[in-house]
Design a protein around this ligand. Structure first.
Ligand code: LMR
Length: 342
């Protein structure tokens, strides 16, 4: 009798293992610890293909597949086609996807220090942001999801954000009065819009075009690359070049998956991530510049470029936000960010 129960429970365990294997990184074949393991890994993200994030992911895929002689397959799912803002993190935690590269400002619920890209006019360009996230404080913040079984691997930039809306050309803080904007989320972005006399709402990226089209919100802030590739200019009338906050990403992976790879496999995957990081960092600026040109050519939005005096007016209006969040984000984080921005 005991023997039957044992056989039955072994059988059930085998069925459960096979069923789970569908979602997790699928590994097969014998690994003697030295060979590269055969596996399929999934990389999910929410943006379009002609963006720095997708170009980085492609470079990573090409490198890993080539260097592993096809033993490792990397499947990339862009445009929220596998998971969107609402569920990609949970699915990473469950190891249903092995890599995601979300906008860091979407993690402020886990750690308020992820608000750094939303601090008004903190960084002028990608180099300054990269310097912060590659530095000690930045690395500490990227590592802070450890408790969820998530590893932060490397920061990938997109760029500065600009404001689009449907109501009026914006060139001073007063022009924001009474409008409602979609943000990526977080306390700092909420405070930015409140300081400008506007309302804000966080809406998943995959639902933003429809929200703008249907007037759920009058405007939004994003990089040129995201505005162009998602054609937000089709459903917006004005775009103000502000560069006041940023979209920056990090590659996150599942700890269990990360630690399960043997040395030969991990070496290739790590080098693939380095390759992706290099491409994403190299391409971000030029892709955003090209996107601005395309938006200009399409001519759907009126583009408002601010004078240095107008930018200064925004800077002064938003300056009190630094005091408001100093305790929550930390004086040490401000100091490291300011140092990187020098
Ligand atoms: C957004 O939600 O607007 C962006 O963060 C999307 C992205 O990943 O660039």
């Amino acid at each position: 009798m005991k023997k039957h129960i044992l056989t039955l429970s072994l059988l059930i365990s085998a069925v459960v293992l096979v069923a789970c294997g569908d979602d997790e990184a699928t590994t097969s074949g014998e690994s003697n610890g030295d060979d590269v393991e055969e596996m399929t890994i999934k990389f999910s993200h929410v943006v379009a293909e002609n963006t720095p994030k997708h170009q980085g992911a492609l470079a990573m895929k090409e490198y890993i597949e080539k260097e592993s002689d096809g033993a490792i397959e990397v499947e990339i799912y862009p445009n929220s086609s596998l998971f969107g803002d609402q569920d990609e993190y949970q699915n990473l935690v469950s190891n249903n996807v092995q890599f995601i590269a979300p906008d860091l400002s979407k993690f402020v619920g886990n750690n308020p220090q992820f608000n750094v890209p939303s601090l008004p006019f903190m960084f002028d360009n990608d180099e300054e942001a990269i310097k912060f996230w590659d530095g000690e404080k930045g690395q500490e913040i990227l590592g802070s999801l450890e408790g969820d079984g998530v590893v932060g691997l490397s920061m990938w930039p997109n760029g500065g954000k600009h404001v689009t809306n449907n109501e009026r050309p914006i060139d001073s803080p007063d022009d924001f009065e009474g409008l409602k904007f979609r943000t990526q989320g977080g306390q700092v972005l909420e405070a930015v819009y409140a300081a400008l006399g506007a309302g804000s709402e966080s809406i998943p990226f995959g639902e933003l075009y429809t929200a703008l089209d249907q007037g759920v919100v009058e405007g939004q802030e994003n990089t040129f690359s995201n505005i162009e590739s998602k054609k937000f200019d089709e459903v917006q009338k004005y775009m103000t070049v502000m560069n006041h906050t940023r979209v920056d990403y990090a590659i996150f992976t599942n700890t269990e998956f990360w630690e399960s790879m043997n040395d030969a496999t991990k070496e290739i995957v790590e080098a693939g991530i380095d390759e992706g990081t290099e491409v994403a960092r190299e391409e971000a600026k030029s892709l955003n510049e090209k996107a601005l040109e395309l938006i200009r050519e399409r001519g759907q939005v009126e583009i408002i470029e601010l004078t240095p005096e107008q930018i200064e007016e925004f800077r002064t209006t938003l300056e009190p936000i630094y005091d408001e969040f100093e305790d929550e984000i930390g004086a040490d984080v401000y100091e490291a960010a300011r140092e990187a921005a020098k």
